[in-house]
Design a protein around this ligand. Sequence first.
Ligand code: PBG
Length: 329
Amino acid sequence: MTDHFAPRDRPRRLRSTPAMRRLVAETRLHPAELVLPMFVREGASDPVDISSMPGVQQHSLDSFKRALSDAAAAGIGGVMLFGVPEHRDATGSGATDPDGILNVATRAAVAEVGDALVVQTDLCLDEFTDHGHCGVVDRRGRVDNDATLVRYRDMAIAQAQSGSQLLGLSGMMDGQVAAVRDILDDQGHTDTAILAYSAKYASAFYGPFREAVQSTLTGDRRSYQLDPGNAREGLRETILDTAEGADIVMVKPAMSYLDVLAETAALSDIPVWAYQVSGEYAMIEAAAANGWIDRRRAIEESVVGIRRAGADAVLTYWAVELANWLAER
Ligand code: PBG
């Protein structure tokens, strides 16, 4: 016996040099699997900073076009568009108006970068309603599921006509995927795809987004978004949305729901995406601004973790910056 113990198994061999680590990396990021969410504000002549999301802006149409060409140059996979309208009403009529900000922005994006990027649109009423709910509200103040589907169908047609290639159904109404697929096919938009926000949780991490879209919501979304503790129910939503005709399903938020993401990825036969939401962005930016964490490493680690858990693509506000870092290597 010596005082020296030599282990037989040495996993560190594969971590010994940068070249070896690179060779054995199990998860790699690529710009093509990153999607940038963008906000376009009606009537804005200049971009407006969003204080709770440092580095993210409500775009004017001009700054939007410049940001789109930066996004295309960075080689990301696509953009997800949100409109910030000047006027809101009970039924969210701005959402279905061809001259409403989201539809105008969609046409501009398709014209600007439609060949390079997949132009995607948020299909939900919350930015357009004066009460801030994702659907229409009945006389008793409840979000009326089936009346909302009628609005979503109209919204889908408006977005498809504007050239959106992938509709992001984020409203969490029952039957929304089937309702939208049905009208799209009926009106000849058979090539317009559906991204279903299937496992979308009622999350505190949407906080900064509410500033980004100047949400007027009072109350909460717990009668339609999922309870954070429910994984099984998230899987059920995924199964239903897939059966209704979704082309892609999504888990949202990402970092607090990696188990749901992993389980969804294990059972899904269609792509599974994740949305790294505004609060996840804000937390890392705030900690980095305080010097508490290394910003770049934290951003890369957070997105690698989401990919490792099973996301085929990630919606992240860092999409362009991350893609440019990847190109540096
Ligand atoms: C609904 C929608 C929301 C987000 C994306 N789509 C807000 C909500 O459900 O309250 C949040 C995204 C984020 O926080 O980054 N239109």
